[in-house]
Design a protein around this ligand. Sequence first.
Ligand code: SAH
Length: 416
Amino acid sequence: MTRTPLPDLSREVVPGQPVMLAQGELQMRPRRRGKPPQHFVDMSADERKEALKELGMPAFRAKQLARHYYSHYTVDPEAMTDLPAAERENLANRFFPQLVTPVKTQLADGGKTVKTLWRLFDGASVESVLMRYPGRVTLCISSQAGCGMNCPFCATGQMGLKRNMSVAEIMEQVRIANLMLANGEVAGGPGRVNNIVFMGMGEPLANYRAVASACKLLNAPQPDGFGMSARHITVSTVGLAPAIRKLMEEDIPVTLAVSLHAPDDELRNELVPINTRFRVDEVVTAAHDYFLKTGRRVSIEYALIRDINDHAWRGDLLGQVLVAKGGAHWVHVNPIPLNPVPGSKWTASDPEVEQAFVEAVRAHGVSTTIRDTRGSDIDGACGQLAATIEEDDNHRQDRDARVARVEAIAGDGKDS
Ligand code: SAH
């Protein structure tokens, strides 16, 4: 195989506007700490019982509250008509503090794509995107405010990590989406969230504890959780191999998506800097083991960046690397045209190059589908929306990319 030398990987940030992390630098720990107020979702059965006792209320209220939250998606005391009127307000105040506040909502696709910017209790911002397709609803959620993985082509990556989100903050994105759908507030009539993808802001497996708990609660039958099928929950990761293994050990059989973006360590070290710790082989091995354990086909995400990682030989190498690990059928490759971030010279590949890349992967028998972006008429993106308010326009647009990832993973026709 002929290897061309590494392409020019310099980042062209907006002149005069510093990026928070130096090239290749990783940030595993949040800059800001501080916990959101304690919320019902974050409490154990014992903690709920204790809190009820302190309020002088019977323990069985916990079950009623769980039904309001997980089955009716409500935290509104007015709606809790099975509770004594005198207790409702106190209960709601104690157990359902407002953790996420909508700051801005944007609609696209005739109202069937809804992007919401949320302000958290400490002023941090995150985003979620609801996408309605015929017969199903996919919600793209955030797991961290910002991200410490510092992938140079990703807008959120330029922000650095502000902090991890709590389980309740993660779940609130889902609850509120379900409430809006139940109330018929989303174009297309009443409905509920069918698919969750952890493709909003953050690296979900860097916030392992909270994300694992959230996955369990998404999956638990109502009213202990939202009762979603685990295979309709997709966790997308840069490839934190030990955390992938932990997911396996804890039997959380969600769908796994791995953001590979390069089949060789040399380039991946640059595009996904955590690769300097968990190399391509280690990540692909963990992904394959995940498939063996769960029987769930793993998605490989690959943003095609013109002249950076889109060479046919890299497509060929990608096919080789995957097939060498376990044949062609344990994995599905989802290349996505790069959604360029303003100020960067990196852009999407030419269509012929894209096609040649896809053919090179397919030549190994690995199923490969490119998806186009959706909702590109909206100027505000996951990452960009939060950035607009918190970080000015130093931080770039990657929402379309996310939307497309979501389509690629969740819209594969294999679910619902
Ligand atoms: N931290 C997780 C979730 C990130 S968002 C992860 O890395 O998997 C989901 C996907 O969008 C990831 O595959 C990410 O690499 C990709 N992405 C980010 N910015 C992009 C861009 N500008 N163009 C195309 N894909 C992008």
